[in-house]
Design a protein around this ligand. Sequence first.
Ligand SMILES: Cc1cc2nc3c(=O)[nH]c(=O)nc-3n(C[C@H](O)[C@H](O)[C@H](O)COP(=O)(O)OP(=O)(O)OC[C@H]3O[C@@H](n4cnc5c(N)ncnc54)[C@H](O)[C@@H]3O)c2cc1C
Length: 469
Amino acid sequence: MAAERLVVIGGDAAGMSAASQARRLRSPDELEITAFERGHFTSYSACGIPYWVGGEVDGPDALIARSPEAHRERSIDLRMRTEVTEIDVAGRRVRVRDVDSGAAAGGDERWHGYDKLVIATGARPLRPPLPGIDAPGVHGVQTLDDGQALLDTLGELERTEGRRAVVVGAGYIGVEMAEALIRRGYAVTVLNRDEQPMPTLDPDMGALVHEAMCGLGIETVNGTTVTKILTGEDGRVRAVATEDEEYPADVVVLGLGVRPETELARAAGLPLGPSGGLLTDLSMRVRGYEDIWAGGDCVEVLDLVSGRTRHIALGTHANKHGQVIGANVGGGYATFPGVVGTAVSKVCDLEIARTGLLEAQATAVGLRYVSVTVESTSRAGYYPGTRPMHVKMLAERRTGRLLGVQIVGREGAGKRVDIAAVALTAGMTVEEMTALDLGYAPPFSPVWDPVLVAARKATSAVAADVRAR
Ligand SMILES: Cc1cc2nc3c(=O)[nH]c(=O)nc-3n(C[C@H](O)[C@H](O)[C@H](O)COP(=O)(O)OP(=O)(O)OC[C@H]3O[C@@H](n4cnc5c(N)ncnc54)[C@H](O)[C@@H]3O)c2cc1C
């Protein structure tokens, strides 16, 4: 019997995890796997780019988990610099073109048949059509090529006195890049359209990040919209203009968020959700399509707390999706139940984390909540090096069910959010959380861990709210 043909579109986290897992389960005689990747790299960590640019880790090779050759050695026919330009669902085939050879003329296009298809096309960074946005010195940081191009620009500026960088956007990529540029000796300004940095936090917690960023020497301007990029006589970037100010810049980094890369899927008539991500069932099979799976940044995921689908572009999800898809296309069985919205990042020594719902998100889905914020410490108060840590907790009114946690603080703050992520997944109440048997010793936490302090305060707030009604 001829081998089944699996085609994977996209050669990074979701796509190659799917291909690798399928190969573990099925031999080349049973399953022929072809993966198409239009870029220069495969199975790489975009997450490492800010640390590579900042000089903390080596790159780009160190950021590549598996090279094309390593995939090919495992009988995955990986075609680099090959773009899929169309999915013909009825004909079970994809149209592909070589990116480097006569692509513009379309002369090199051909069809490739499949029995099973995996769509793992990732996300596209937002790049508004502002005057000057394509000027030399303006950089995105989505791919390793982007990272290298930025490093090349920084190399050219090495001898420039008083080097200035502007980062546009204050989401996690924006703040991580601000840190990288500070490390490289730049005076950094972050321009942010929102009220506070980190839109993944409530504004009151974002305000703590703002304060800390200013303390770290990062000029952070909130509530401002970039209108154009100004260039000098040499055509290179010289400043970023907002409605009312000009910010001089030798280099500009864009961190404006991403949208699912689903143009192929849209053109093929596959189902998309409100954020433009592909809709799948729990096995990551595209809804209504028996032989097509999708995962990673190009899909919407089920938010287990709100019950809605959302687009959350994170590598942690993409890798898990790939494992699930690979198991299913390889003849096994696996599901991806959904997410609780956990994310962690940092700017210099400030750690920023969240899980569950923000206040606005809870309100949007009709949940009523009480909210508390506590200031605790990272270690026992008497232990050297202890630092303040803010924990905000949302609990459902009446039931006391945990709805969300945000943490801003120094050492040890970020990964503490995992305690809350587990509690959310388990559907715990804040009262149940107060009894969690967490580890304690003075160098690691106060005797009441900051998360438990917040849970105690939230428990009291829920009880007070019940009494008041
Ligand atoms: C700077 C930065 C920092 C990050 N930090 C973190 C972090 O700390 N934690 C975290 O969880 N996540 C982080 N992420 C997000 C994480 O990198 C992504 O969620 C993850 O890479 C998504 O994997 P994916 O396979 O879905 O998509 P991608 O990695 O985007 O891969 C999709 C691939 O598909 C290819 N492709 C697209 N269309 C086609 C086509 N038509 N034909 C052929 N190939 C195609 C693309 O070239 C691309 O290589 C970060 C991202 C960036 C940019």
